[in-house]
Design a protein around this ligand. Structure first.
Ligand SMILES: Nc1ncnc2c1ncn2[C@@H]1O[C@H](COP(=O)(O)OP(=O)(O)OP(=O)(O)O)[C@@H](O)[C@H]1O
Ligand SMILES: NCC(=O)N[C@@H]1O[C@H](COP(=O)([O-])[O-])[C@@H](O)[C@H]1O
Ligand SMILES: [Mg+2]
Length: 393
């Protein structure tokens, strides 16, 4: 029970991170009459454009974060990115604030070390072999231990930033430099992972709500340079693989606790399912659910965190998503081809409204549904190939 937004009895939700995923969370929250506050490190971020109000702060600065939260006193604090002063969230939770799904989940998934150790060492889930390093010398030793090829990533980064495949010992230094430049929090620790030769990879969206734990149909995806470019749902996999994927997703989400949606990333090999990582929030590859399910991953997240029931999740149709990315940095650009994309049947476009392009930055996504995944993928590729960015004043 709650009052209208902007009234004294409103239910207030504060998003920490205001990208394209947060924008959809805000829209879903507003559909249920929730007051929304969007926060990010830069102005005019996508979710800020639809929230009731917004703030620009450095979310890695614990003091700044605390002072904003004490000023706004939100009923729900919803992390939307990883790079947040999560220790402050842990303290605020102890003081009575609600952090989604829990402050510990945000802290453990903020860096790859926390979640990897929980999955592999505490829960015994299958993962790639891994090691950590804090300097170039340590990295050389870690690469020697894991072997090449291996994947090197800053412990705090997302969307593939700072990630590289190290193919020979000679490439260690260049991978180290890539990680230093790409890490979000400008720290030096990296993870070295065994390179997994998987057949395919999936996101298993897992929802924890008052109704219990439910799983969406598996989402297959393709990543380039560590970032997703295409996803589809449902992904074809064997009953045994699906069972194992659910077992892993159930275990990791149970350990993290709380209510909300989790994106559990898994690699599929013929005889195994390997845990990769988990987001305690909607997942980029899950944008496809805006075209495929009766309740999108954003609607599910909002329902779950407000404590409402989720009696069923229906996959209405096979669907696919394909991203539009920028290839240079500028505030002067326009997005074109929307007309051509929307002329295709069963196709939608989401333009995020980011104020600037950057190399590799995701600016929009095309979504298509069809009778089969293959048709949906063909259609969405066509839609995305119509979209383009025109740079200049
Ligand atoms: N050990 C590995 N072996 C083979 N491929 C890998 C490995 N680790 C990562 N990748 C590839 O790189 C992609 C991105 O990796 P990961 O999910 O760890 O990065 P991320 O920066 O957290 O991305 P995001 O935030 O988009 O989930 C994976 O989806 C996979 O395609
Ligand atoms: N893989 C995580 C992911 O997709 N996160 C989404 O991207 C935004 C950052 O985009 P930006 O880097 O373009 O500002 C985040 O705010 C979130 O919506
Ligand atoms: Mg990932």
């Amino acid at each position: 029970m709650y009052g209208s937004p902007l009234s004294a009895q409103a239910k207030k939700m504060m998003l920490l991170g205001s990208g394209e995923l947060g924008k959809e969370v805000v829209i879903e929250a507003q559909r249920l009459g929730v007051e929304t506050i969007a926060v990010d490190r830069y102005a005019d971020a996508p979710a800020m454009q639809v929230a009731h109000r917004s703030y620009v702060i450095n979310m890695l600065d614990g003091m700044a974060l605390r002072s904003l939260i004490e000023q706004e006193k939100p009923d729900l604090i919803v992390p939307e990115i990883e790079a947040i002063a999560t220790q402050t969230l842990v303290e605020l939770e102890q003081e009575g604030y609600r952090v989604v799904p829990t402050a510990t989940a945000a802290r453990l998934t903020m860096d790859r070390e926390g979640i990897r150790r929980l999955a592999a060492e505490t829960l015994g889930l299958p993962t790639a072999k891994y090691a950590f390093a804090d300097s170039l010398e340590e990295l050389r030793r870690a690469v020697a231990e894991i072997g090449t090829p291996c994947v090197i990533k800053p412990i705090m980064s997302s969307s593939g930033k700072g990630q590289s495949v190290c193919r020979t010992p000679e490439e260690v230094e260049s991978s180290w430099n890539t990680a230093l430049e790409g890490g979000r929090a400008k720290q030096t620790r990296v993870i070295v992972e065994e390179f997994i030769r998987f057949d395919s990879e999936i996101t298993l969206l897992t929802v924890r709500s008052v109704t219990g734990t439910s799983y969406c149909a598996p989402i297959g995806h393709i990543q380039k340079d560590g970032d997703y470019i295409e996803s589809w749902q449902p992904h074809q996999m064997s009953e045994r693989q699906l069972e194992e994927a659910r077992r892993i997703a159930g275990a990791i989400t149970e350990a993290l606790g709380g209510a909300g949606i989790y994106g559990v990333e898994l690699f599929l090999a013929p005889d195994k399912v390997i845990f990769s990582e988990v987001s305690p929030r909607p997942h980029d590859t899950g944008m496809v659910t805006m075209a495929s399910q009766d309740l999108s991953e954003f609607a599910l997240h909002v329902r779950a965190i407000l404590g409402f029931p989720i009696p069923s999740i229906r996959l209405l149709t096979p669907a696919a998503s394909y991203t539009l990315k920028a290839d240079r940095e500028t505030p002067h650009f326009r997005i074109g081809g929307i007309n051509e994309a929307l002329a295709l049947p069963q196709t939608q476009v989401r333009v995020f409204g980011k104020p600037e392009t950057k190399i590799g930055r995701r600016m929009a996504v095309a979504l298509s549904s069809a009778d089969t995944v293959e048709e949906a993928r063909a259609l969405v590729r066509k839609a995305a190939s119509s979209l383009y960015i025109e740079y200049g004043q």
